[in-house]
Design a binder for this molecule. Structure first.
Ligand code: FUC
Length: 337
């Protein structure tokens, strides 16, 4: 059986779940339904500590939500306020005046029940949990399952979200994994975005999406394939302002690929957007794990942040009462050499 379970904190019921064979190994925590390690051979490709010592405390304190399932709403909602079906809702303002990640009581902070379905080469960790209106002040209670599947033969991690709400609400979950495909985690400068269309949505000074008119970074820089270094050094005001990327990008092909010389991570999703965050302005000191600015990047598949203000009643994140929500995003590692 390619699964190992370690009870890290019996009181809090936090378990570390390892799925492995001789080629690769992936580790999940039921606290925040997070990925905490993914090794291809000896190469660790996600940021954060991957051994169990002090792991719980680390992830409780980590301000960047390393590897966590985020929701009910992935990005920022301007001023933490919105209107739905004529009713106004005021959410927690946990990011300046905004609501970020659905607030502090979101999925990232929950310890979830889970079951393992072991089919040999393919293992599912099936988490069950709920989001309550009284905890995050969104309308409706949501029953949800998050399935983390690892396919050992394909080196493919697939996330499925299944949910149902008791009232019309907003639901826009995502995962906050940070990749660095290099042997050393110091920088992502050399990573190449393999999509030849990288269009981002500009943010206002307050980090909220300002317009649906995109900036095409390939056109702006005159480069077909961009390294993160090209982007950091592009001089584009949006990049300067945020010291990197913290922007939604349009997914024309529902796939997004980033590689270094050895490995490629290929994301596939049914979502329309991906938020790419490049760990800008790090003020949380973790030298032991080489967590410094630009030492990792996220590929957060979701609806565009603040879609409720951008699209109103047509916002893709609106989940109707009783409607079945299902969304799938996968990350696959291709070995280049
Ligand atoms: C992403 C970003 C935010 C924040 C967080 C940890 O969601 O959009 O700016 O820093 O990660």
């Amino acid at each position: 059986m390619p699964v190992h379970i370690e009870h890290l904190d019996k009181e809090k019921k936090i378990d570390l779940i390892t799925v492995y064979d001789e080629h690769s190994e992936i580790k999940f925590l039921n606290f925040g339904m997070r990925i905490v390690s993914w090794k291809i051979g000896n190469r660790e490709i996600v940021l954060g500590p991957n051994d169990s010592d002090n792991m719980v405390q680390y992830y409780e304190e980590n301000p960047y939500c390393f590897g966590a399932t985020i929701g009910r709403y992935g990005g920022r909602i301007a001023n933490g306020a919105f209107e739905l079906n004529g009713t106004s809702y005021q959410l927690e303002q946990n990011d300046n005046t905004h609501n970020l990640h659905g607030g502090q009581n979101g999925l990232q902070s929950k310890v979830c029940d889970y079951e393992i379905v072991d089919n040999g080469n393919i293992v599912d960790v099936v988490y069950s949990t709920e989001l309550k209106s009284e905890d995050d002040h969104f309308p409706g209670n949501i029953d949800l399952k998050v399935i983390h599947q690892y396919d050992l033969a394909k080196l493919k991690w697939t996330i499925t979200y299944e949910a149902e709400s008791t009232e019309d609400t907003l639901f826009n979950p995502m995962n906050h994994v940070y990749f660095n495909l290099n042997e050393s985690n110091e920088s992502i400068d050399n990573h190449v975005i393999q999509n030849d269309h990288f269009e981002i949505y500009p943010l206002k000074d307050n980090q909220i999406v300002s317009t649906l008119e995109t900036i095409n970074i390939n056109e702006e820089t005159g480069k077909n394939l961009l390294t993160f270094k090209d982007i950091f050094e592009s001089g584009l005001s949006q990049v300067e302002k945020y010291n990197g990327l913290d922007h939604p990008a349009k997914l024309n092909e529902k796939t997004f690929k980033v590689s270094n010389e050895d490995l490629e991570v290929s994301m596939e999703t049914d979502q329309e957007f991906v938020v790419v965050f490049t760990l800008n302005d790090v003020d949380w000191n973790d030298k032991e794990h080489s967590i410094t600015e630009h030492s990792g990047f996220t590929l957060e598949a979701q609806s565009i942040p603040d879609d409720i203000h951008l699209y109103g009643d047509n916002a893709p994140s609106i989940l109707k009462k009783g409607e079945q929500f299902e969304s799938v995003t996968s990350y696959q590692i291709n070995q280049i050499k």
